[in-house]
Structure formats: C-alpha cells, structure tokens
Write a new protein. Structure first.
Length: 312
C-alpha cells in the first residue's frame, strides 16, 4: 500500500530544545492514523512540519509523494487541516465562512454544498456561526478542511471541548471518512479511548521520538495476553500477583495482569484465582481482557522513557 504521508529523520529544534527527534513515520493511503502522545510530546510540531508551517532542522517530509521542503505549495494543495484555532467570523453564516475560503482557493460554488452535506450541516448552513455549538463549529472546520477534496486530512484534537454526544458524533464521522471521501486521515490526540475506536493505524510519539508504529489490530495481536480482576482488596492482591513475576497495573475497574508471551491463559487464570483465594482475597470477577491501546501506550512510553544526552 502506498504512503499518503512519509517522513524520514524529521527533526526540529528550538534553540536547545529538541521538539521532534529523527521521526520517521509512514501513513498508508485511506488509513485513519492515530498520532498519539501526551501534551508536549511533539505532535503539534510534527503536524506543522507536515503542513509546511515550520521548516525542519533536519530530515524530510512528503505528502502524496511531494517533498514539503522543496514544494510547500504543491504539498499544501493536497492537505486539508483542522488545527485547534478555527478562525471563523461569528457574524457570518457557516456558508458565508466557507465561501470566503472557496473564493481564495478558486473553487466552484457547488463545492460548498458538497462539504456541508458530508459534515451534516446543510440545514444549519444559513445560521450565523456565533449561534453554532462547539460540535457544529468543529464540523464546520472539517468542512473547510475538505474544500477541494484534498486526499489527506490532518486533524489536531478534533474532539477537544466536545460534550459526550458531540464526541460520539465526531467519532462516527471520522471513522467513516476514508470510505465516504477516499481521504487519508492523520488524527492527532492524547485521548487514547477515542483513538482506539476509530484508528486503523497508530503511531506513538514520546519526547519527540516515534516509539511505535503499525496497524492497530496487528499491534494488539502481538501483545501478551491479559487477565482482568475485580477483588475486595487490590492492595493485598497486587503483590500476590507480582510474586509470579507478572506485570500488574491498576485501572478504574480493577487490576490487570499481563502474562508472559506464550503463557497458557486458562492455566494462568486458574492459578492466580487459587492463590488469591488461599491468601484470603475475595475475587469478584476474573477473566481474559482484550489488549487495549492504553496497554500498548503504557508499555512503549515507559520502556522508551530514558535520559537524553542533551537538554530538551
């Protein structure tokens, strides 16, 4: 499968601060690529490098095969972007705001109707943007990004500030975008639960470095199996579980044990259950857990957290 976005050794320094550190990533065509990392990990700087808003200190970035550094305008014409700042005129209608961008891009008038229909804002197109909810403004931002049908969409935290209903709507919309429009979506976020429900591929960045990348389902398949438990006393249970040389972590709904690769899941479950009961710990629930994006993220960011040889 061809790459819609590709970087090689992409690096950006701000004085002594290394914001992006030799990042090499590949976003396949028609993927929903979840670009993950905590705040300050280098995600937004990477997006600005891809959009040509910043120049790299070293390395290169290509969009649809076009080198951003050599042909910034040509690459930009193939990308629609939604960053955190929308920049709409509140006194104008949604349609009028889109028309301003359409005129600048030299696009035909029917293009406005096309993108409004894609984001389900046709009925609200003649309302002033000041009367829009935050979710509607986010969708209007997506409509503006899709003017001209760019093959790549770069979206930075598109669910920021949305209420639960707005998040569900945005999630459904993003998941369907490649099929509806043929576009590749690069989705930057620190919300693991949201990315897990829409992404086909993920890339995890930590301290400016890409520490993991791949197809999401394949990454989960490579993980060692997990067992989830609900017990009456997690503090007593955890050391008992760790005595088997297993990784244990706490989550909202209980404890999660990571087994060793190749371990017999059924035998391990029975053994752990027996040991907890013999120690007087009440086990309310125990069973297999599907490997999660949170587990992947926790593993790779912890293992990659190491001191650098320079100030960052």
């Amino acid at each position: 499968m061809r790459a819609a976005i590709e970087t090689q050794g992409l690096t950006r320094r701000f004085g002594q601060h290394l914001a992006v550190d030799g990042l090499s990533m590949t976003v396949p065509e028609r993927a929903v690529y979840g670009f993950l990392g905590r705040n300050g990990a280098g995600k937004t700087t990477t997006l600005k490098l891809l959009l040509g808003l910043l120049g790299p200190t070293e390395g290169s970035a290509k969009v649809c095969g076009i080198d951003v550094g050599r042909d910034r305008i040509g690459a930009a014409r193939r990308v629609g972007a939604l960053l955190e700042a929308h920049g709409f005129y509140g006194t104008l209608t949604g349609r009028e705001n889109l028309d301003l961008t359409r005129r600048l891009m030299g696009l035909p008038i029917p293009e406005i109707d096309r993108v409004l229909e894609v984001v389900d804002l046709t009925d609200a197109a003649r309302r002033r943007v000041s009367d829009y909810s935050l979710g509607m403004r986010q969708r209007l931002g997506l409509a503006r990004a899709m003017l001209g049908a760019p093959p790549v969409l770069v979206l930075d935290e598109p669910t920021n500030g949305l209420d639960p209903d707005g998040i569900v709507d945005m999630r459904r919309f993003l998941k369907a975008l490649p099929e509806r429009t043929g576009a590749t979506v690069l989705l930057s976020s620190h919300l693991l639960g949201e990315i897990e429900q829409v992404a086909t591929h993920v890339g995890i960045v930590n301290e400016g470095r890409l520490v993991l990348e791949g197809e999401f389902e394949a990454l989960k398949a490579e993980l060692a199996p997990e067992i989830g438990l609900r017990v009456d006393d997690p503090q007593r249970a955890a050391p008992i579980l760790r005595s088997h040389d297993l990784t244990v972590r706490s989550e909202v709904d209980g404890l999660v044990v990571r087994l060793r690769p190749g371990a017999d899941h059924d035998q391990a479950t029975a053994r752990l259950n027996r040991d907890l009961i013999e120690a007087g710990v009440q086990v309310f629930a125990i069973g297999s857990r599907r490997p999660s994006l949170e587990g992947i993220y926790r593993d790779v960011t912890m293992s990659s957290a190491q001191p650098r040889s320079e100030t960052v």
